[in-house]
Design a protein around this ligand. Structure first.
Ligand code: ZN
Ligand code: ZN
Length: 377
């Protein structure tokens, strides 16, 4: 059996379509027919060579939803129920060893052996098809898989966001969930930031301030629960700081969540937090510059809680999925474009030009999913 895939062979060059032989599965491995592959902002950084982890040639794509085509032996889902062919599934993009210090101390996202589909393994590494920009993807036996039995078929493309941005946002809210009535700022409301807005709403936050340079993203953030929208392209950092102070009797926000991945944004965001408040940065999938700071003035004297968030666990993906389940139509609006796999380069271009909120590739366009294309996110 063969599968076609879109392969990054050189940085800053278009992906190339290649065919791969699918090797026979090993015990516990699951072959999924990829029904939807999310195009993530990280994919753009990888394609341009900004992510130092990228091995070439590589099949990109770490956000996937699929249908089980074949299972070798037996494999249970993350709830311990046996999986069977034909089931629709979502899986944790990261695979860990399960036995190291981190895995056995509840910090499996830091497992030194962790690998992510579409990020860490080139096509030189068996089973050679290691990313979601493919018709079929063999899943390692250690992969945590969630069955999607009760999701409507037309919403499967929507669920790709749970495996990356949704799970990372849930991880950020694990550290510091806002308390009821608190004022929250979310810097950057792409998919990650919109999940943060939705989670803040879920936690009962009072005022939720969304900051972004794109009006369409701000409009979507309002749909998820943002109460105040700030176009960062129009005012200065001082204007934004004044607005947040205005909204909080001069104190500053109780919690600020960062979802951009640029040092300058962090530098600004630290100044938006009230004394004793929290700053949670989760937007960095790769290096995003450096900044100057004064440990006394920026951290100690304001008694700031400053936390970095790296990727996620299976339980975070579960929480994101639960959130999507309750707000299916809102999250469906996050997916602005659904394109066939062969148009992967166009998908990357749409993201690069900022014309899409979330693009989903469909390797098997005949399967039911919402084909759509809108002018703007
Ligand atoms: Zn991602
Ligand atoms: Zn481990």
């Amino acid at each position: 059996m063969k599968t076609r895939a879109q392969v990054l062979t050189a940085f800053k060059k278009p992906l190339e379509e290649r065919a791969f032989d699918l090797a026979p599965l090993k015990d516990g491995e699951v072959l999924v027919k990829v029904l939807a592959a999310g195009v993530c902002g990280s994919d753009l950084h990888m394609a341009s060579g900004e992510d130092p982890r990228t091995p070439l040639p590589i099949i990109l794509g770490h956000e996937g939803v699929g249908e089980i085509a074949e299972i070798k032996g037996t494999k249970a889902d993350a709830d311990g129920r046996p999986l069977r062919p034909g089931q629709k599934v979502l899986w944790n993009r990261g695979v860990v060893c399960g036995r190291c210090f981190f895995c056995t101390h509840g910090e499996e996202h830091l497992c030194p052996q962790r690998f992510v589909y579409g990020i860490h393994r080139s096509t030189a590494v068996a089973p050679h098809v290691n990313g979601c920009y493919a018709e079929y993807l063999p899943l390692d036996a250690r992969t945590d898989i969630l069955a999607l039995d009760d999701f409507p078929a037309e919403h499967l493309a929507t669920l790709v966001t749970a495996s990356c941005s949704g799970a990372t946002a849930a991880h950020a809210f694990d550290h510091f969930p806002p308390r009821e009535g608190e004022t929250v700022v979310v810097q950057g409301v792409g998919p990650l930031g919109c999940f943060m807005v939705a989670l803040a709403r879920d936690c009962g936050a009072g005022k939720i301030v969304a900051v972004d340079v794109a009006e369409a993203r701000l409009a979507l953030a309002r749909r998820f629960g943002a109460t105040h929208l700030v176009n960062a392209g129009k005012g200065s950092p001082a204007d934004r700081a004044a607005l947040v102070k205005d909204l909080t009797d001069g104190r500053g926000a109780d919690a600020v969540y960062e979802a951009v991945g640029k040092a300058a944004v962090v530098r600004e965001g630290l100044g938006l937090v009230r004394p004793g408040g929290r700053y949670i940065t989760a937007g960095f999938g790769q290096p995003g510059g450096t900044m100057g700071w004064d440990p006394f003035a920026d951290l100690v004297r304001p008694d700031l809680k400053y936390v970095g968030v790296w990727v996620s666990h299976t339980r975070h993906m579960r929480r994101a999925l639960d959130l999507i389940r309750r707000r299916l139509d809102d999250f469906a609006a996050m997916v602005t474009h659904v394109l066939p796999l062969a148009e992967a380069n166009r998908a990357l271009d749409l993201m690069r030009r900022g014309e899409a909120m979330k693009v989903v590739l469909q390797p098997h366009p005949q399967t039911p999913a919402r084909a759509k294309e809108r002018k703007s996110p």
